[in-house]
Design a protein around this ligand. Sequence first.
Ligand code: PDD
Length: 289
Amino acid sequence: MEFVFLNGEIIERSKAKVDVEDRGYQFGDGVYEVIRIYNGKMFTLDEHLRRFVKSAESIGISIPFTSVQLSEMLKELLIKNNLETGNIYMQVTRGIAPRNHVFPTGNVVPTLVAYTIKGVRPLESLKSGVKAILTEDIRWLRCDIKSLNLLGNLLAKQKASEAGCFEAIQHRGNDVTEGSSSNIFIVKNGTVITHESNNLILKGITKDVILDLCLANNIPVEERTFSLTELNDAEEVFLSSTTSEVMPIIEVNGKKMGRGVPGPITRKLQGLFEREIEKQCGLLVDKLI
Ligand code: PDD
């Protein structure tokens, strides 16, 4: 039997129902997080909870639980579902109210849902790398909020999928922003470069772990906007996300990146990232490096 967390209770998944007038369902009026589980433990949990609260606050939703309560409930959910490797998906919406663009007044309670998804590390892709396409970034100007509204991201990812690629690298004019569900990095003269965390991208938690690993291991980094030309000429390209970790990109729009195989700095970061996972969640059985 599978369990989900709904508004403070852990209940059977088949019994969890959401109202047709939930504002998440009608407007995408809410925010979410995806948290990676290794060895039954949550990786970078505090960072995810902080971003969850921050995203919610930025659209005026006050989560009716403290971070300590959330963390306890998520731990309980993991145990109930016996999840060893996979993800937790968690979202909060503004709640149930008659359909109206204006926020509801009175005591409308936010709807909070979390559930678990089994899934192993994408070891094959992590080893050999993936392909990407380029696409214009048509999203709104608050991409720093992890909003449920993902249509721009979905259209980009679908385009990638139809081209037989794993990810769509988005750009505003000549400036590369981020992937449809990941942050993008290039390596140029041995320096790791990634878009600064502002309103045009999501401040990825994996991105921040990678930046810290670079600093701690004397790998030069720059957080700044980079151009399509720089991407095109990069020695190495990779993406990062909770589910994809440090994923090499070996081809963009049919052109090989660097030597067309995962590069040495990407490999090094993959190794360092695995060590970070092991520090927080214990030894990995399915290691890459
Ligand atoms: N996506 N940028 C976008 C647009 C994203 O959707 C994500 C994550 C990231 C990377 O963030 P993080 O390292 O914190 O996972 C960047 C999640 C995994 C998803 O929507 O499934």
